[in-house]
Design a protein around this ligand. Structure first.
Ligand SMILES: Nc1nc2c(ncn2[C@@H]2O[C@H](COP(=O)(O)OP(=O)(O)O)[C@@H](O)[C@H]2O)c(=O)[nH]1
Ligand SMILES: [Mg+2]
Length: 450
């Protein structure tokens, strides 16, 4: 339990109908009694007058008290619901700090909830993700994470792991018992189920991370093929300048859109071509940089264009250290009255569309979601972070390294060691094994009052 008492405004800054000032910690009851008279019964809202040190009225409003451990933080908590005036909020905050409370750091209430075992780390992160959600899907997925849907899957995985470890370590400790566990089918079978469970969780987490972080798609291609028109069409607003003059776009233009809940940052760039204009050259250099940072490249060309015009883009892509997913877009189908369509050739996807009329844009949206690996129709999605993916990958690698050690060398000790590593990695997700540095980093990115 923390020794000090923290206070913060829990509602957003500015004016509003109601503002909430929240206190948590051992001095909560004493401070509350000073401001609002006797502490009310727990979990009942009472109407009170809030007073300053000179007994002058600050405001009147509802007061709620939650006695430890039955509160969000697990400590004594009080909530003052005052009128939503920044001045009233300031008076309440300064009254509380004079009475011994300290202004809370960002995320400190959630951090206390975590430290007092009211939530695990993945659930605490879900609070921030719920607050920051930009789509209905993300909000629902964050709520599921907060309810512990993901954590309980991690816990059952850890349980499976522990059972297997107990069996293997017992066999290692009593080699005389002639339990030839290496030949025991059960070990292999349990390793199989374990690896499948980890892979399933990794897949869910990947979907959840896409929902939270989205992807970055860069539009590139030769000049004048309709890249900026495409950006405008996707965003549904006139954001980029469109002219029939080649070399119009110079700066990078970033816009955000949602495709079935998948956040897509879309970036329009200068057309790639040889140019003498230093401003255009600078734009092309920016475009090349943006392509290097992209998750997905939308290569635009127009019907009937020569493949040579696409050479600068493809040359650039070939130089990239990573393999970049691409969708080819053949624009301006309206000129020859051709229908919109998707043509697939192995990994290559071509979408024929008209950025001007909007025909085929829905096909492109679906292909963008598919290229990102996003399955919008999936039920029960939970929100996830890169950190969770990394931990699950680590667990998966440890499990398969353990299996390799068993199969190739009959090395039971190595298998046991790898399973311990896998368990450790899973524990990082829920916060059972987490460094203080990481905790500090996670909670400091929260907003104040949460
Ligand atoms: N007919 C037709 N014209 C288009 C289409 N998309 C863009 N354009 C025209 O092509 C020209 C270049 O467009 P712009 O978006 O500036 O191309 P960018 O240089 O690739 O960004 C403009 O005159 C647009 O009106 C389309 O789908 N159909
Ligand atoms: Mg342009």
């Amino acid at each position: 339990m923390a020794a000090d008492t923290i206070v913060a405004r829990a509602t957003p800054p500015g004016r509003g109908g109601v503002a909430i000032v929240r206190l948590s910690g051992p001095a909560t009851a004493a401070i509350t009694a000073q401001i609002a008279g006797a502490v009310p019964p727990a979990r009942q809202s009472v109407l009170r007058t809030f007073r300053d040190s000179a007994d002058e009225v600050i405001d009147s409003g509802l007061l709620l008290f939650f006695a430890a451990p039955n509160s969000f933080t697990g400590e004594d908590v009080a909530e003052f619901q005052c009128h939503g005036s920044p001045v009233v909020v300031d008076m309440l905050l300064s009254r509380a700090t004079r009475l011994g409370a300290r202004l809370a750091e960002p995320g400190e209430f959630s951090q206390r909830a975590f430290l007092n075992d009211r939530l695990d780390l993945a659930q605490a992160e879900a609070i921030a993700d719920l607050i920051d959600a930009t789509s209905t899907q993300a909000a629902r997925a964050a709520h599921r994470m907060l309810q512990g849907d993901f954590s309980s899957r991690i816990h059952s995985l850890v349980k499976e792991l522990i059972e297997l470890r107990v069996f293997i370590e017992a066999a290692l400790d009593f080699p005389d018992e002639e339990v030839d566990f290496l030949a025991d089918k059960r070990v292999i079978q349990q390793l199989d189920t374990l690896e499948i469970s980890i892979a399933d969780l990794l897949d869910s987490a990947q979907q959840g991370q896409l929902l939270r972080d989205g992807i970055r798609a860069v539009i590139s291609g030769p000049a004048n093929v309709g890249k900026s028109t495409l950006l405008n069409a996707l965003v549904g607003q006139q954001r980029a300048i469109v002219t029939d003059i080649a070399g119009t776009t110079r700066d990078l233009l970033h816009e955000s859109l949602l495709i079935d809940g998948l956040p897509v940052e879309i970036i329009d760039t200068a057309g790639l071509r040889v140019s003498d204009d230093p401003v255009e050259q600078a734009g092309i250099a920016l475009a090349e940089q943006a392509i290097g940072d992209a998750d997905l490249l939308l290569v635009v060309s127009e019907e009937g264009a020569s493949s040579a015009s696409l050479a600068p883009v493809q040359d650039l892509v070939h130089q990239l250290p990573k393999k970049l997913r691409q969708i080819s877009i053949i624009n301006k189908i309206d000129i020859e009255h051709h229908p919109a369509k998707v043509v697939r050739d192995g990994e290559n996807v071509q979408v024929y569309l008209s950025a001007k009329t909007g025909e085929g844009l829905d096909l492109l949206r679906a292909e963008i979601a598919a290229a990102a690996g996003f399955r919008p129709e999936e039920e029960g999605l939970v929100i996830a972070r890169r950190r969770h993916l990394d931990a699950l990958l680590k667990a998966s690698q440890a499990a398969s390294a353990g299996r390799g050690a068993l199969r190739n060398y009959g090395a039971g000790e190595l298998l046991a060691e790898e399973l311990r590593n896998a368990q450790q990695a899973l524990g990082e997700i829920t916060g059972e094994v987490t460094s203080d540095d990481l905790l500090g980093k996670i909670f400091s990115s929260f907003c104040i009052g949460k």
